[in-house]
Each structure stands twice: as structure tokens, then as C-alpha cells.
Design a protein around this ligand. Structure first.
Ligand code: GRF
Length: 201
């Protein structure tokens, strides 16, 4: 069974969706650890309630590379196949990128490369696009720039607010993140430049 670790900072609904998809047989994987950088993260309580290993590694006042080295050390004994960033609000430092090259996925609530960074639903509304959505991508050293594994489009309605749009995008996040994790864990893809190509084997 492939082993994943999930990095979170807050609510953790994407983590919960992954856990549910595993429980209900839609995703074959084992959650070996949930790592939170924020002591207030609700995801920590959820992980403990589900009987999962919950690791709090506070990142406040710690620079990205030092923090990444701490995460690498915490995960080293756990034989992790894939790291999943699910609402993890810190930049990933180089030690993590080195330890898990092409084995870190992030979920982002826009159709990248549009609207990287923060407050992206508001960015999409302000720009006036008619569709937004979500993206699962490999993590590299840039901000939301790695090769794209999966995307889903969500129409923007005239009366949308950032909150109503975020809620509809979240439904798609919960679906495509697990689908992307399944693809990457299966190994049935290759990366050609920026393109992630599914293999039919
Ligand atoms: C999601 O919209 C995710 O795409 C973004 O932060 C939010 C986290 O939500 N990176 P949750 O903690 O998974 O509920």
C-alpha cells in the first residue's frame, strides 16, 4: 500500500475528503501522517479523531528551509511515497523539494496559471473571468508553478461572492485531488516538459 503524508494549515476539508475517499474505496492509499504547521489547525483534531498520526510542527518564526528540514526529519522514518499539500499556507523549502522530488502535490483554488498566490477567488471575481476552478500540480520552487496533473473548471455566476465561489470550487477540489493522487501513486504518467501525460498501461 502506498503511503501518503498530508500537510495542512487550517480547516482540512481536502484532507478529510482524501480520508473519506480512502475509506470508501475510491482511493487506494494509506495516510501515514498529517502534518500541521499551525497549532490551531482543525485538521489536527480531525486526524486524531480518525486515529491517524497527527504531527504538529509549528512554523512561526522559522524560515522555509529550516522548516522544510524539520518536516523531512519528521517524515523520514515513515517511508512516505507522496506528500500532499492540502491548504498548506507556507512556501515549501528546498530540503523538502530535494527529499521528495516530483513527489509533492498541491491543490490550488484557481485554474493555473491564472491567479496564483492568495485570495484567488477574489482575484478571479475582480478580473471578471467567467470560469475559475482548481488545479492539482506538482510542487517546484516557484509559487504555484509546477506541472499540472489535474484541473476542473467552475463557472462564475453573476451573483457570486468570494465565499460562494470558493464553496463551489471546493466541491471540485475534493474530487480531483484524490483522482490526481491516485494517478501519481499508480505511476501511470510521464512528465514531458510541463505536461503530465497519462499512460494507458
Ligand atoms: C483550499 O481551497 C485549497 O485549495 C487552498 O486552501 C484551501 C484549504 O481548504 N490551498 P481546506 O483546509 O482543505 O479545507
Amino acid at each position: 500500500m502506498k503511503r501518503i503524508a498530508i500537510l495542512v494549515s487550517g480547516r482540512g476539508s481536502n484532507f478529510e475528503a482524501i480520508a473519506r475517499n480512502i475509506r470508501e474505496g475510491r482511493l487506494e492509499a494509506e495516510i501515514a501522517a498529517v502534518v500541521a504547521n499551525n497549532p490551531e489547525a482543525k485538521a489536527l483534531d480531525t486526524a486524531r479523531a480518525l486515529g491517524l498520526r497527527a504531527i504538529l510542527l509549528p512554523s512561526k518564526g522559522v524560515d522555509s528551509d529550516t522548516y522544510a528540514a524539520q518536516v523531512v526529519a519528521a517524515l523520514a522514518p515513515l517511508s512516505i511515497d507522496l506528500l500532499c499539500l492540502a491548504g498548506f499556507m507556507r512556501r515549501v523549502g528546498q530540503p523538502l523539494l530535494d527529499a521528495y522530488a516530483h513527489r509533492i502535490l498541491n491543490i490550488h483554488p484557481s485554474l493555473l496559471p491564472s491567479f496564483p498566490g492568495l485570495h484567488v477567488q477574489q482575484q478571479a471575481l475582480d478580473y471578471g473571468v467567467k470560469f475559475s476552478g482548481c488545479t492539482v500540480h506538482f510542487v517546484d520552487s516557484g509559487l504555484d508553478t509546477g506541472p499540472i496533473v489535474a484541473q476542473a473548471a467552475v463557472p462564475i455566476l453573476d451573483d457570486d461572492t468570494a465565499d460562494t465561489l470558493a464553496a463551489r470550487i471546493l466541491v471540485e477540489e475534493h474530487r480531483i485531488f484524490s483522482e490526481a493522487i491516485a494517478l501519481v501513486l499508480s505511476g501511470r504518467y510521464r512528465i514531458d516538459g510541463r505536461r503530465v501525460i497519462r499512460l494507458d498501461v
